[in-house]
Design a binder for this molecule. Structure first.
Ligand code: FAD
Length: 462
């Protein structure tokens, strides 16, 4: 096939890069990819979500950089779809569009007091400590003694671990400078991780759990009696449980046997507990929680059910970490409940329009399947989308369009005075951050404001 297809990929997280990589792997198709990203920096949650003390995981950026070095790839950072350019512009300039914009919003608990000052979403805290420009001005009252993290998945564990680490531990990472300083002054003594289900149903991974045993100045505690499994749970553990669950139980048992050695901070794992109210005079002062029991549902699975046992505790900070949620994009369908763009194998469908499949619009990653799965999960997800797209081109006998309304998106961006950032510009930022980092024995020192990023690019280019 001699035609050249122009594909726009929206969002530069794992899903966007895996989609671009798969497009370039097609030997019988000539494909050019333009990637648009609302931030000047690429890599989505790999830069802005993955914890700063998990540098090994962030090294996946090298794979994405190799994809970006393909001669048929262009990066347009600092360009937001829905603000700078719109769906109609994309359809005018490209044969197809893959939206891989992630799930940037968070879910609410739906309990009284969750809007009080001092009650935050994990999304905000994670984005703040990772130096996301939209969150760098946020403030967290770290003069509090008690913090409650609601939820007990890997993100909740990240939040609790960052709160529990010492300045020396954090100073080796690429945590945002302002967060490093704010956390240095932290008065926190007790950090509670609150999970509504039991240890057998916990969603964290063993590697994340094990890290709590290695904290320099924080003890970790778990209620011993919760690990004494009843006969039914013991049977589930032996027959149905995944290897990760078995490892989790083993590690929790080790934690429960460990002596509490009087360290500065304590991290408590609270299972079978749900918050019912956050209260205080203008700011968070207290949290009320109910004890749950597990009951069998019709399908045989175990679900938490509230008992009459209510407890109260002093709280200065609350972080809810009960999941991310997608945001609607203009001119695209959106399922509010799942927070995803309705699709069939990645092909966007219009539910209000008889489930008609759009031929030139596709989705990949969290906005396609919801906020679940690790970085690698987005690879097979993006591969599915790309193949669905190419099959549609063939089945529908579509042809790559030769006469576009505008010769190139660049002229439109220039006309609209959008100050876009190329991948070469990002490499200048990257070199600047890593150079400054090296001087301080850190992987990088992140630039966290848009103005600062653009100014460094100008300086380095001149
Ligand atoms: C706090 C946290 C920690 C995590 N830690 C790990 C971990 O340690 N290991 C692991 O394997 N997985 C981890 N994950 C999961 C992993 O990050 C996700 O699976 C993955 O990032 C999802 O990829 P995505 O491309 O769909 O979305 P994202 O990574 O969110 O990328 C979406 C991109 O789209 C951009 N965008 C959004 N809207 C627009 C728009 N309108 N115009 C232009 N661009 C736009 C965003 O700025 C972003 O760059 C973590 C997730 C979170 C939330």
């Amino acid at each position: 096939m001699n035609e050249c297809w122009k594909i726009a990929v929206i969002g530069s997280g794992p899903a966007g890069f895996y989609a671009a990589g798969e497009l370039f792997r097609q030997k019988s198709w000539e494909i050019k990819v333009d990637m648009f990203e609302r931030l000047p920096t690429p890599f989505g949650l790999v830069r802005g979500g993955v914890a700063p003390d998990h540098q090994k995981i962030k090294s996946v950026q090298k794979i994405y950089t190799r994809i970006a070095e393909n001669e048929n790839f262009r990066f347009f950072g600092n360009v937001e779809i829905g603000r700078d350019i719109f769906q109609a512009d994309l359809l005018e300039h490209y044969d197809a569009v893959i939206y891989s914009v992630g799930s940037p919003a968070d879910r609410e608990l739906g309990i009284p007091g969750e809007d009080l000052s001092g009650s935050h979403s994990a999304t905000e805290f994670v984005a703040w400590y990772n130096g996301h420009p939209d969150f760098c001005d946020y403030k967290f009252d770290l003069s509090a003694r008690n913090a409650f993290v609601i939820g007990i998945g890997n993100v909740a564990l990240d939040v609790a671990r960052i709160l529990a680490k010492t300045h020396e531990e954090l100073a080796k990472t690429d945590i945002a400078d302002y967060a490093l300083e704010a956390l240095r002054a932290s008065q926190l003594e007790d950090i509670w991780l609150v999970g509504r289900r039991g240890p057998l149903q916990a969603a964290f991974s063993p590697a994340e759990l094990r890290e709590f045993m290695e904290l320099a100045d924080a003890d970790v505690l778990v209620e011993k009696n919760l690990l004494e499994l009843d006969a039914e749970s013991q049977q589930i553990l032996e027959t149905d449980a995944s290897n990760d669950t078995k490892k989790n139980i083993e590690i929790l048992k080790q934690i429960s046997k460990k002596d509490v050695s009087g360290k500065k901070r304590r991290v408590h794992f609270l299972f079978l507990t749900s918050p019912v109210e956050i209260s205080g005079n203008e700011k968070v002062e207290k949290i009320s929680m109910v004890r749950n029991q597990l009951v069998k549902r019709k399908d045989g699975s175990l679900a938490p059910q509230a008992t009459a046992e209510i407890s109260e505790a002093a709280a200065g900070l609350v972080f809810r970490s009960i999941g991310y949620h997608g945001k609607a994009l203009p001119d695209l369908p959106f399922d509010q409940k799942s927070g995803t763009i309705p699709n069939e194998c990645g092909q966007v469908k219009d539910p209000g329009n008889g489930n008609v499949l759009r031929k030139r619009e596709y989705v990949a990653g969290w906005i396609k399947r919801g906020p679940v799965g690790v970085i690698g999960t987005n690879k097979q997800d993006a591969v599915e989308t790309v193949h669905r797209m190419l099959e549609t081109f063939l089945n529908e006998k579509l042809e790559a369009r030769k006469n576009y309304a505008n010769p190139d998106i660049v002229s439109l961006l220039e006309k609209r005075k959008v100050e876009y950032v190329s991948f070469a510009d990002w490499k200048l930022l990257d070199a600047h951050e890593t150079d400054v980092g090296q001087k301080h024995g850190r992987p990088r020192v992140k630039l966290t404001s848009l103005a600062e990023m653009l100014s460094v690019i100008h300086q380095e280019n001149n």
